[in-house]
Design a protein around this ligand. Structure first.
Ligand SMILES: Cc1cc2nc3c(=O)[nH]c(=O)nc-3n(C[C@H](O)[C@H](O)[C@H](O)COP(=O)(O)O)c2cc1C
Length: 370
């Protein structure tokens, strides 16, 4: 560990959510390569995403004020039985988690004392930004068996994902078994969707907490509602959060495409953290306040993908999502989507001026050196 890393706090996700707050402000994220966001930061998370949450993507969003990142969903059975499945589904790096300057939740605002003097108020005060603790972000490994989630048909048929939403006892048993196996200090979280029948939301949340879940993420749509067809329901998230009665932190998810939308969802639901999936696919820097993917984020992603050997179809999809708002004409998007190799995509990025000079040099020498 580097000397400068000694003062970086390593907290569990629930401690992070419970003890620290922040208001997303001043967008820029990194300071002199220190991987340290010099900003007031809201708790922001990438949502779990089948296939898409691989290391290069996690590493990229962690540079832009995303504190908690989820791996792709892994099927526990395959993961435990097959080494190739483990290699393909999960790899990590020492640098994939960002380091952030966060404001302590209970570090009160100045206590107003009656004081006629022109001096600044005395008493408890918020430490200046530079004195704030530096905290490392967290990666959350997503196993299908303990994560009620999106309504993909195959997952439903397997009895996982949304199939668990109406089986609170099974969710309870899964959480409890995980805790008993891995130890009570091992953080376990559950992601749910809301239910039209609020008593079911209540039952699910309370049984997950009773079993030992450390925090709960709530996607504000029911299992019958697609993300494209239905807006997220902040009231339903707020209700799910109220079911927790403050016992564990809650993360709200759905329809966050800008930092402001994240702030609004947090305000409306009163939760500790906010989570984005499609928004971060389109713009990995959204929590840093960027309106569209900055070129440097594309470059970071390209660098990580090449060095970690992300498979081409995933690399291609990611870059296509990130560039979506830059395609001014349909034919440009169609052309980009027709590219069939790393070399083709890199050449295209180079022509568009989206690569940095070392990357351009590396391309002319063959992509391996990027
Ligand atoms: C490509 C993709 C893959 C997803 N995979 C998962 C998953 O593996 N587990 C899960 O709980 N949710 C998954 N979801 C759902 C998201 O985590 C999230 O709940 C949903 O997209 C709503 O958030 P959004 O409005 O920010 O996109 C996925 C969503 C997308 C777009």
């Amino acid at each position: 560990m580097a000397q400068g890393d000694l003062d970086i706090l390593e907290l569990s996700p629930q401690e992070l959510l419970r003890d620290y707050e922040g208001v997303n402000a001043c967008g820029k994220s990194s300071l002199a390569g220190a991987r340290w966001a010099i900003a007031d930061i809201e708790h922001a998370c990438t949502a779990p995403m089948v296939r898409y949450g691989k290391l290069p993507f996690r590493e990229t969003v962690a540079q832009y004020d995303t504190h908690l990142v989820w791996t792709p969903m892994m099927l526990a059975a395959e993961f435990s039985r097959s080494a190739p499945a483990r290699d393909s589904e999960f790899s990590t790096s020492k640098t994939e988690r960002g380091v952030f300057a966060l404001k302590e939740r209970h570090c009160a605002d100045p206590v107003a004392e009656w004081d006629d003097s022109p001096e600044p108020p005395r008493g408890v005060h918020t430490p200046p930004l530079a004195k704030r603790p530096r905290i490392r972000g967290r990666v959350i490994v997503q196993f299908a068996a303990n994560d009620p989630r999106c309504p993909q048909k195959w997952a439903y048929q397997e009895g996982i994902g949304c199939a668990l939403l109406r089986k609170p006892q099974l969710v309870h048993d899964l959480v409890r078994a995980t805790k008993e196996r891995l130890g009570w200090n091992f953080p376990v979280s559950v992601k749910i969707r809301v239910d039209d029948d609020r008593s079911r939301t209540n039952e699910l949340v309370t049984s997950a907490i009773a079993a030992g879940a450390d925090f709960i993420s709530v996607h504000g749509r029911t299992r019958h509602q697609s993300s494209e067809g239905y807006p997220v329901d902040p009231d339903a998230i707020a209700f799910a959060a109220s079911c927790a009665k403050g016992a564990v932190p809650i993360v709200a998810n759905g329809d966050i495409f800008t930092r402001e939308e994240g702030e609004e969802l947090r305000r409306k639901t009163g939760v500790e953290g906010v989570m984005s999936a499609r928004g971060l696919l389109a713009n990995p820097a959204l929590f840093s306040g960027y309106a569209q993917t900055p070129v440097e984020a594309v470059q970071r992603f390209v660098r990580s993908s090449v060095s970690y050997g992300l498979i081409f179809p995933l690399f291609h999809r990611h870059v296509s999502y990130m560039l979506e708002s830059r395609f001014t004409q349909r034919k440009d998007r169609t052309y980009f989507n027709s590219l069939a190799s790393y070399a083709g995509v890199l050449d295209w990025l180079d022509q568009e001026g989206l690569l940095d000079p070392p990357q351009v040099t590396a391309i002319s020498n063959g992509v391996a050196g990027i």
